[in-house]
Write a protein that binds this ligand. Structure first.
Ligand code: AMP
Ligand code: FE
Ligand code: FE
Ligand code: ZN
Length: 296
């Protein structure tokens, strides 16, 4: 029987609604064999998950998701198995969380001008952790009836280029890849089909920087706001991605991008990732760094 895993999961440490412990419990109920904790810009959920995982009997892969800049576009970069104490990556993540905190009052001021009055304290309470995100704002806007859905909050106000959008500083993709490698981690591009550029062009540019993999199994059907044509093109583009991954010697990864009840609707485990995928990551890690990752 194939064992399944899920290597892309958010917790209350960033914009997920389940605590790391709850994620481990739910993964256990689903019979998942391994899970990767990949919060935005923080690893503060990892320790709790590792502890619960070892108690309950689920392999927990430490990770993170970092929004990087590539040619004025945004690329989400996953990092796995890096040294959680590494000063370089800790500094980078800390800077990104500061960028989030500093962006918040700018967005709140813009919302206020649009007649939407949300207090900073309310968002901080909603966020629980230190990685305050637009999804937290969107949640509050839905609850208060300013919008009728999470998606509408992004479409009308919070999305890129919308009236309450404010930029936060992002590292370049080169910097993101190098920082993860320097911390002995595997840099892997998240949900590559969401990048607004031909995937061949993306990989041509980024592989020489030291990219190690791409997320291949991902439940794109749960993303909102794309055209039917876009959804229909997913299988063809995934086949192409797999070819390119072979050509560029990239490992294939996979995960659901689970956020609990916040944002998106992909259920835990919905990417249907077989355990062999994790074996592939661990083999690559050993090739690259000469030893197995600590938590493997
Ligand atoms: P932030 O990290 O605060 O910049 O917010 C980014 C998060 O918001 C990501 O997790 C995205 O999945 C989510 N997001 C961004 N754009 C949209 C959108 N148009 N609709 C729904 N969610 C979005
Ligand atoms: Fe998110
Ligand atoms: Fe992402
Ligand atoms: Zn994610």
């Amino acid at each position: 029987m194939t064992a399944f895993i899920d290597l892309h999961i958010h917790t209350t440490a960033s914009d997920g609604s389940d605590s790391p412990f709850q994620v481990v419990e739910k993964a256990h109920l689903l019979g998942l064999q391994a899970i990767g904790i990949t919060d935005h810009d923080t690893v503060h959920g990892v320790a709790e998950a590792l502890e619960a995982g070892s108690r309950i009997g689920i392999e927990v892969v430490p990770g993170v998701e970092i929004s990087c800049q590539w040619k004025r576009r945004s690329i989400h970069l996953l990092g796995y198995y890096f040294d959680l104490e590494n000063p370089g990556i800790s500094r980078l993540l800390e800077g990104m969380r500061r960028g989030r905190t500093q962006r918040l009052p700018k967005m709140l001021a813009k919302l206020r001008q649009l007649g939407i009055d949300i207090d900073r304290k309310e968002v901080e309470a909603e966020a629980k952790g230190e990685a305050i995100g637009r999804p937290h704002l969107a949640q509050i806007m839905v609850r208060r009836g300013y919008v009728s859905s999470f998606e509408e909050a992004f479409e009308k106000y919070l999305g890129y280029g919308r009236p309450a959008y404010a930029q936060r500083p992002r590292p370049t993709i080169a910097e993101g890849v190098q920082t993860i490698l320097d911390a002995e981690g595997l840099p892997i591009i998240a949900h590559p089909l969401t990048i607004d550029a031909p995937i061949r062009e993306v990989l041509q540019d980024i592989c020489p920087m030291g990219l190690q993999g791409v997320e291949h199994l991902y439940p794109y059907q749960y993303l909102s706001g794309r055209s039917q044509e876009w959804y229909d093109s997913v299988p063809r583009r995934l086949a192409h991605l797999k070819q390119l991954a072979e050509q560029y010697d990239l490992v294939l990864s996979g995960g659901s991008d689970y956020h609990g009840t916040i944002e998106g609707k992909a259920p835990l485990g919905s990417a249907q990732v077989p355990y062999e995928i994790l074996q592939g990551l661990q083999d690559r890690y050993q090739d690259l760094f000469g030893h197995l990752p600590n938590s493997a």
